[in-house]
Structures are given as C-alpha cells and as structure tokens.
Design a protein around this ligand. Structure first.
Ligand code: NAP
Length: 678
C-alpha cells in the first residue's frame, strides 16, 4: 500500500510500513499509510530556521510574490492530478474545485497584492512617518520585518489543499519558512500537492517542509521567533496553545476553530420574493457543499417566527431530491463525509441536538447513496432541525460538522442579535434583507460577534461569492469560540508572520534604514543634472530640486477659473471669501497650485521619466493669495523596482512653500521611470 512521505530537511521520508491506515471516505478501501515516527523534529526546525529562513529573506517581497505566482501556475497545470486524488476524500467535483482551484487562487491573489501593496524591499513600512519632535530632528516610523523562526501550520481535514495554501501564501510572502502538518484523514491529497510544490523547484530549499503524521515534540521546541497557525477544533487548539514552550516563550499562536455561524432572514423578506429564494439557496448550498464540513457553513438559521414553516417547507423541497452518493458519479450533488469516524461523530452530535431541537428532515440519518454502499461510505443525509426554545437551544453550543442546520425563530431585531451572539464568536454571519434600516440595525448589532459579515440582497447576489467562501482579500477568523485570531485579509495576513517595530531616530538614519526619504532628511541637490534626467537605477533617495519662485497674481486666478470652469466663490468674490472663516480674501485654486508646481519642477525634455500615474496624500495646508511667492521642494522619496519590467516606480515628496518658508501644500507625485538599457 502507498506509504505517505514527509518532507524533512530536504529528504522524502516514508511512513513506517505499519503506520496508521487511511481509508477512502466513499468505499472504505485503504488509500495510504501515514506516520511520522523517527522524524527528528529539532532537525526539521533547525533546517527551517537556518536554511529556509535566510534563503527566503534573501529575496524581496516582490521576488517572493513572483514565486507565488509561478507556483500557482505550476499547480494549476497539474490540477488534474489533485482532482483524481480528491475523490477518495468524499468531495464532489464542485467541492474539490473550492479546495484545489480556490486554494491555488490564494497564491495568485497574494502574488498580486505583494507586488502592488508592498515594496520591492525587505522591510514593510506601516503607515506614515510620525512627527514626535518640534524641530523634526527626531522622528519615527513603524516597520515590519520577517520573523527569524519557522511557521508551523496545523491544518484541518476538510480542505487539504486550500487549508495548506491559504496559510503558505502569506507566510512565504513574509519571508518565513513553513512546516506543514495536514490532518491525517485527508493527508494523501495534501502530500500529492506538496510533492508538486517541491518538484517545481520554485521555492528555495528549506522554505517548506511536510510532516505526514504526528508532530511529536515539535511544539515543545518552539520559541518566540516561531509561530503556530492552527485550524481545527476548539478543544485541540486550546490544548496546543497551552504547550509549556509556547506559553513560556510567548510563541505566536493563531487559532481558527469551531464556529456556529448564523444567517438571518430579514423581517422584510416575504416568501415568494427574490430575496427569500436567495436565503433558501444560500442555506441549501451551505448545508450540502463539502457535505457541510465547512468551518463557515450556516449552522443556525435565524428566521422571523411567522416564516419558520415557509422556510422549512422550501428547504424540504430543495433537499428532498438531493442526490447523495459516490462523488465519482456525475449525478451526485453531495458526497461523503471525510470518513466513518467523522460520520459517527456528526451522528452523535445530531442525537445530542435532538434532545432539545426537533428534527424536521433526515431523522433516520440514512442517506441511501447512489453508486455506493451506505454501510461502507461515510454518508449522511441533510439534517434540518428546529429549535423549540431558541434562546436556550443546544444548537448554540454543539457543532455538528456535517450537513446540519437548525432553524430558530425570532420576533424582532434585538432578539435576532441576541441569538446571533449566543454563538459566542463566529467566523461569518449573513443577513438577507432588502431594507437598509434593518441591515443597519442587524449589521451593527451582530458585527462584534463575527469576523466577516455578508449583507445579501438581489443586487449583491448577482456577483456574491456567498456566505461560506473566505476570500484572501478579506480576513478569515472570528472572536471567541472561533479562535480570536485572523488569517489572510490581504497584507494584514502577511504581517502576522512579521514583527512590528517602532523605529526612532534622526530623519537621515531612518531614511537609510527604511529606504524611504523622511521629512527633515538631507536632500542631494545637483545643479548640473535634474533628477528627471536620471534613469531609475541612477536615482538615489534624497535626490532633489528646489525650484525658483513664482508669484501668484489675480490674473492667474482669473485665467485658471476660465480654463477650468471652477468659479467657486472663494476664488472669485473678495467679500464672500472674507466671510469664509478660513480665508482673508480671494484664494488661489488648490489645483492651480498643483499645476503650477509641475510647471516649476518638471524637466521638459524627453528623458527617462515615462509617466506620472497619480498623486498620493494631497493636503493643502495654508491658503495662497495673490502676491504670495511659491517654490517647490521636490525630492525622490521611494523607489520600487518592477521585476522584469523596463521601468520602476518613483515616488517624489512634493512640498510647496511660500515666501515665509511656510508649507502650503504637500503630496507625493508618482512616476514611472525607465531603467538603463544594459
Ligand atoms: P482536530 O481534531 O482539532 O484536528 C485539527 C488538526 O490538529 C489536525 O491536523 C490534527 O492532526 C491536529 N492535531 C490534533 N492533535 C494534535 C496534537 N496533539 N499535536 C499536533 N497536532 C494535533 O480537528 P478536525 O476534527 O480535524 O477538524 C474539524 C474541526 O475543525 C471542526 O471543529 C471545525 O469547526 C474546525 N475547522 C475550523 C476551520 C476554521 O477555519 N476556523 C476550518 C476547518 C475546520 P491529526 O489529524 O493528525 O490528528
């Protein structure tokens, strides 16, 4: 039988022959043997820390982002292999799509975000320069740098590919090596994809390792530069978080755990309406996708009391004809749970729920599967319950991790909010309504109990990704029972694997360390060569021009008003302008100042500067009147190399000052600048 292999210290290590046997969720046939006995956990950690970490940190954010893209392309080209391995997990083709292609798309999103939102450098700057002194000689900037240890990823069984990739993408982008530990139940699929990652040769040695089986004493060896990202049950998470070494060394521990997510039907939504159908569709999908084994599935459906029967009937109709069975058969809409142990555990929880909730559908727990043996395969039918007393229902506490949902009646929004909060912290909630007042009341009421909240109406529904789909752009995680951590959320997720440090010092020192020119730092003025005459690679941070002065006249203001059509009274009417508390008379248009600044600082001849693609953070600090004299301090603030392109991005600090040396406007000009040919 196939022996799963771990990947440790650059070697594939097979499970012992007599390891634990894993079974096909549909046929119960043995699939593989798993076990990690004999792996040296200290050596794995050392390999990550001393080989993988330095190798990854050698690259910039953009270079690592490009690795993620290449990896995504490589895995996408191999996807048929993963689909073939996925059947035995019980997943239908649609379920596998979420896991496999949804997981791969996380790599692409992080690659794009890494290159658009992070610098092509080794430090990530958090926010703007902080002014902390009167003269500006002492200043501060928050920066993120990668942790120097390893990230241990402990994943749940339900998404063997997505679960691995959604953690790997931000970790690798941060520059931190990962040790992946998949849940045993479905580890053969993770192993298959992981093997493909290694075979691609895209990641440096030590960047990723795999433990198929138990983690032995790995967690006892972690220190404060390491991190653990755990997905699984609250009970396991709590136990692992209390590992003495993790407590003693304050190792970062992120937990994504059980979640009794709710979906609320707004009181405005009547049976027969489009919004009502949306609600039913969403409930059906969340009960049946992945046979309900989604951490984000709707476990509690909160419905106005007078519509419980209508919702139950609509669900009955939809679920009655659902084909459950062997996912290899194309007619099957819901496959098996991940294994018999899962099925038995879910069945036991349904029995517990049935003590104070009435089962409306699926009472006998018999699925009658198509193309499969009901005894050997891990099948369950969709099970719908109804809470007799919603406020004290056990459905707020018991997570049946399968195709199970409980209907709960509510009478007004306050009661709906109270019921939602009974989940004691959820990954996601949704509200189906077309009434913005109801959406606002419910939204503000339930937001503190959720990590993500979907407001669904027919407009959003056209493109909605649904209640149950975490997106790499958005945070995935929730308060309380859900683990009180966050994953993904774009660049936020990358910073989980980095240390934030408040750097303090002189503007020149901070410019040198951060690679971004700080206000107050030295400017290099070159009277023979304008910075616009320099190629990207010749420009240095701090290269600057200080322009000649230009006096503003009333005629300028009149002519700009004619040209632009902007005849706002503060520019045109002396008396009206004086009545305005901010002005002492007619003021120059702010946009005129921005335009005249360009007239002062640009070098007009054809040269390496290709385009101006925007302005950032424009602020007008003081009014400018006719007679004022303006000059511009224009300074190369930050350079972002574009890997593989013939140009880079250059950000210029642009400060307009008047005859009294008072800053009247400040902003960043964004340009694309050609690199030298060779
Ligand atoms: P689990 O039993 O808690 O296992 C989760 C992971 O922890 C598995 O990889 C498991 O490995 C590992 N593990 C268990 N004991 C360990 C130990 N002593 N040392 C190191 N690792 C250990 O959860 P599960 O039954 O697989 O997953 C179902 C649960 O996960 C549900 O409650 C569900 O809500 C939750 N879940 C949450 C999310 C989320 O994003 N919030 C997503 C999916 C699932 P082994 O397989 O080797 O035991």
């Amino acid at each position: 039988m196939r022996r799963l292999e771990s990947y440790a210290c650059g070697e594939w290590v097979a499970a012992p022959e007599h390891g634990q046997i894993l079974h096909d969720a549909v046929t119960a046939e043995p699939v593989a043997v798993i076990g990690s006995e004999g792996l040296d956990m200290q050596a794995i950690l050392d390999h990550a820390r001393s080989i993988g970490g330095p190798a990854l940190r050698h690259y910039t954010f953009h270079q690592r982002a490009l690795m993620l893209k290449a990896l995504g392309q490589h895995l996408m080209a191999q996807k048929d292999r993963f689909y073939a391995e996925s059947w035995a997990t019980g997943a239908t083709r649609n379920d596998a799509w979420i896991d496999i292609e949804g997981g791969i798309s996380t790599l692409f999103v992080y690659s794009g975000k890494g290159r658009r939102e992070m610098p092509n450098a080794h430090l990530y700057l958090d926010g703007a320069q902080e002014r902390i002194s009167r003269e500006g000689g002492f200043t501060a900037q928050h920066v993120y740098s990668p942790l120097q240890g390893a990230a241990v990823h402990i994943n749940a069984f339900n998404f063997p590919c997505w679960g691995m990739l959604e953690k790997l993408a931000p970790t690798l982008l941060a520059g931190v090596p990962a040790i992946v530990k998949p849940a045993r139940q479905t580890a053969w699929l993770t192993e298959c994809m992981f093997r493909s990652i290694i075979d691609s040769g895209i990641l440096p040695e030590g960047a990723v390792q795999l433990i198929c089986g138990g983690t032995g004493d790995l967690l006892d060896r972690l220190d404060y530069q390491d991190a653990v990202s755990f997905t699984g049950s609250h009970a396991t998470g709590l136990k692992l978080a209390q590992t003495p070494a993790i407590q003693r060394n304050a190792t970062r521990f992120f937990m994504e755990a059980d979640s009794l997510n709710c979906s609320i039907l707004g009181r405005d939504v009547r049976p027969g309406s489009t919004a009502f159908d949306l609600y039913i569709k969403e409930l059906t999908r969340e009960m049946t996708a992945k046979a309900g084994q989604k951490c984000t599935a709707i476990r509690r459906a909160l419905v106005p009391a007078d519509r419980i029967d209508a919702v139950a009937e609509a669900l009955r109709q939809r679920l009655r004809d659902l084909t459950v069975g062997n996912p290899r058969n194309e007619r099957v809409r819901m496959g098996a749970l991940a294994g018999q142990a899962q099925r038995d555990s879910v069945a036991e929880r349904i029995r517990q729920l049935a003590q104070d909730n009435e089962i409306l559908l699926g009472e006998d727990l018999h699925a009658d599967p198509l193309d499969a043996d009901a005894e050997r395969g891990a099948f369950l039918p969709p099970v719908l319950l109804h809470a007799r007393d919603p406020l004290s229902s056990s459905a707020h506490d018991i997570e049946a991790f399968g195709p199970v949902c409980t209907l709960m009646a509510y009478h007004d929004e306050e009661e709906a909010i109270e019921l939602a909060a009974q989940g004691r912290g959820s990954l996601v909630g949704s509200i189906v309504t077309e009434d913005s007042a109801i959406a606002t009341r419910l939204g503000i009421g339930v937001a503190p109990h959720h990590g993500r909240l979907l407001i669904l109406d027919p407009v959003a529904a056209k493109e909605s990704t649904g209640h149950g789909s975490p997106l790499p752009h958005l945070i995935h995680g929730g308060p309380g029972r859900a683990g009180a951590s966050e994953e993904m959320g774009g660049v936020r997720g990358v910073t989980h694997y980095m240390q934030r440090t408040a750097l303090q010092g002189s503007p020149d020192m901070l410019t040198a360390i951060t690679g971004r020119w700080m206000q107050g730092a030295t400017r290099q003025l070159d009277e023979y060569r304008h910075p616009f005459q320099k190629h990207f690679d010749e420009l240095e941070i701090g290269d600057a021009v200080i322009t000649a002065e230009r006096e503003i006249t009333l005629e300028d203001i009149e002519r700009f008003a004619d040209l632009s059509g902007d005849r706002f009274y503060a520019h045109m009417d002396e008396d009206a302008a004086r009545r305005n508390p901010f002005f002492e008379g007619r003021v120059a248009h702010g946009y005129f100042l921005v335009s005249l600044a360009a007239g002062l600082f640009v070098w007009p001849d054809e040269g390496p500067v290709l385009a101006n693609y925007g302005l950032d953070d424009l602020r007008f600090a003081a009014p400018v009147y006719a007679g004022d004299r303006i000059r511009v301090q224009f300074t190369c603030k930050q350079k972002t190399d574009r890997e593989g392109e013939e140009y880079g991005e250059v950000r210029w600090d642009t400060t307009l000052v008047n005859q009294n040396d008072e800053a009247v406007a400040n902003y960043d000009v964004l340009t694309l600048v050609r690199k030298r040919q060779n």
